[in-house]
Design a protein around this ligand. Structure first.
Ligand SMILES: Nc1ncnc2c1ncn2[C@@H]1O[C@H](COP(=O)(O)OP(=O)(O)OP(=O)(O)O)[C@@H](O)[C@H]1O
Ligand SMILES: [Mg+2]
Length: 287
């Protein structure tokens, strides 16, 4: 691939007019694109697991654009109620009006509903997904008595980061087993380099060094760090450098400081950075 400049024309009724939509760039890492398409065709819901900044959200945005479906994203949190997802009555001007929540909107529009960090939502909230994610594919709206049948274009995608999880924050098996699941991780070195080159416009030499540093940091994860340096942080570092920031400063701000507050760990990580760049051969102004 890639679809960086590929355009798709929306033809669905929901899109009303034909509008050119750019497909967000996504570098496939395995068979995830094919699996997503099959899940969509067969009307199966999908769960994406993976560490922060590894491309989950980008992947869903890419696939939604590729399939020309509207994408409705909800960031889940522990105050999220079923009404926040499904909808509620609003009172205004002496009238009570029903207002669809994002899940209901997605079902009506035949869109892709993406529930990010699903484990954060309370269990009584996730139960509302059950009739929608088994073969019934219906959304009962208790408060209006309506029962919406999901059109074949509707798809539910949820994601979470298993690293943040504790025992209390796990999906019930009866929720979990309604989804196909894909495990994401950081891409291999070669793919990650090409992501940095595309996302920030840096050259291969710099991309290789940044990815090398991240890989070193990732080896330290079990020892000193809760979370490894993500592809997202690498893209930040690459962007800073592409904008003219000296490489060591860029790595400190984008790759080291976001990972930890522990001064000894920061010093150790900065040593790794300097080892990669102190040879001084790399210009700080990479195009
Ligand atoms: N495979 C990929 N192709 C293209 N860009 C990628 C890819 N993986 C990561 N990225 C880059 O990393 C950034 C972060 O990815 P994204 O926001 O999708 O992470 P995430 O897995 O959703 O993280 P979080 O769990 O924190 O929400 C993207 O904005 C993009 O620049
Ligand atoms: Mg995300």
């Amino acid at each position: 691939m890639n679809d960086l400049s590929h355009q798709v024309f929306l033809s669905s009724a929901a899109a009303q007019t034909s509008a050119a939509v750019e497909i967000p760039y996504y570098q496939p890492v395995g068979n995830e694109c094919a699996l997503f398409e099959l899940a969509y065709q067969r009307q199966l819901p999908l769960l994406i697991k993976g560490p922060t900044g590894c491309g989950k959200t980008r992947f869903v945005a890419h696939m939604a654009a590729k399939l020309a479906r509207p994408l409705i994203t909800v960031a889940c949190h522990d105050d999220l109620t079923a009404a926040d997802l499904v909808g509620r009555h609003l009172i205004g001007d002496g009238e009570t009006l029903w207002s669809d929540g994002p899940l209901t909107r997605a079902v009506r529009q035949g869109g892709i509903c993406y529930l990010d960090e699903i484990v954060e939502a309370r269990k009584d909230t996730t139960v509302v997904l059950h009739p929608l994610t088994d073969d019934r594919r219906i959304l009962p709206i208790e408060r209006t008595g309506e029962e919406l049948a999901a059109p074949k274009e509707f798809m539910l995608v949820v994601s979470y980061n298993p690293g943040y999880q504790n025992l209390l924050k796990n999906l019930k098996p009866s929720t979990r087993q309604r989804f196909l699941a894909i495990q994401f991780d950081y891409p291999n070195a070669e793919l990650e380099q090409s992501i940095l080159m595309k996302e920030a416009g840096i050259d291969l030499t710099l991309a290789t060094r940044l990815v090398d540093i991240a890989q070193r940091f990732r080896q330290l994860k079990q020892h000193d760090l809760d979370e490894a340096a993500s592809t997202r942080l690498l893209v930040y570092a690459a962007n800073l450098i592409a904008a003219g920031c000296p490489v060591i400063e860029a790595c400190a701000a984008a790759l080291v400081e976001p990972l930890t507050d522990d001064l000894d760990t920061i010093t150790a990580l900065m040593e790794v950075v300097k080892l990669h760049f102190d040879s001084g051969k790399l210009s700080s102004k990479t195009p």
